[in-house]
Design a protein around this ligand. Sequence first.
Ligand code: SF4
Ligand code: SF4
Length: 98
Amino acid sequence: MSEVAAKGKTTVKYDSEFTKKVYDMENGKWVRMCMQCGICPTTCALKDKMDISPRRIIQLIRAGAKDEVLKSNTMWLCTSCYTCACRCPRGSDDGCNA
Ligand code: SF4
Ligand code: SF4
């Protein structure tokens, strides 16, 4: 659990192992490469349906906010259309056919 109630306040716990696991995945290098420019959420047609933007999901993965990431609907709504990847200035365009 990444959040615990402490004296009426919510504290977020971070899991660096979660971050490392994502980095070690096949396309984990793109999470490391992200410079948080914000282009991906502006190009995603589904961003208004997502509770957390693609850019922020990357930020949360890097922070190790495992529960926030896994509770989000963002990954489930993503259609892997690669529109964001084609426009990413960090060149995460492996699947870009445009
Ligand atoms: S477009 Fe690329 S560099 Fe910019 S926030 Fe999205 S993933 Fe990160
Ligand atoms: S692959 Fe498509 S649906 Fe998924 S985050 Fe990028 S633009 Fe949105």
